[in-house]
Design a protein around this ligand. Sequence first.
Ligand SMILES: [Zn+2]
Length: 270
Amino acid sequence: MINYTERIALLMQDVVSRTPRLSFIDLKEVIVFGRFGRSDAEGAFATCHCLTLPESEPGYFFWKDRETGALTRRSPWFVTKSPQVRIGATRIKYLISFVLPRFSDQTMIGSRKADLYDSVEPWIAKLDTIVHELYHIDPADGGLRAVENADGTRSYRSHGPMFYEDVAQMVREYLATRPDPSLYDFLKHDFGTLSERFGGVVGTTFSNFPSFPQRYMETVDLPGVDPAVRIEPLKTPTQPVIYTEDNLHVRQFTDGSARRLTRKGQHCAA
Ligand SMILES: [Zn+2]
């Protein structure tokens, strides 16, 4: 089977080594992983998730009486934090997710980014997305070059007017360095072709699939505003706050789902 996220990571290594504007990126601090998403549904092809954003300022939720406007209940003070992801001794700074099969079925034909290129082959749209996500990594180590909205969706305003043009230029420059085609050939095929040719498509996922490391709330001990107001405890986090290599699971992606691959004999009681 073809390990799609591993292929992307290898290609990224080559892109970074041939692209001066991305050469500061240390891919040892980046994990490429797969999320499930249908090709016929709307949604992102890929996302760059930053794990180095600082802890938020303390805050709390509150409920008010609809008629009197008086405070009726509140949550305890909490801060929002990034989970920790460590592979061996290395602290991971970024996660880049690719949505499968949607990403592998992406084509330049009819896409918005077609305007940024002269006539190019349809698969270049996928290379464009890969470079796009790498370009989100901030050289100043300050998080994302373009931030996400509070609800986690991507803010297109924050890409800046030159973001898409810069990406297209880096894609053209990378291809002009004549990279080894065996590194990007897999991008030329859609999901169905790859599944048939390799007998399946697999990729790195996290143990809490379909979830993955995401920011979470943690209670902090600060004095209450009004002791008479009832405090509603926060929900206990249901996702891990620390991840290691043990939380990386290889899953097979199909048109309709993703399932974990278990090694033969793993559950065998000898
Ligand atoms: Zn973006």
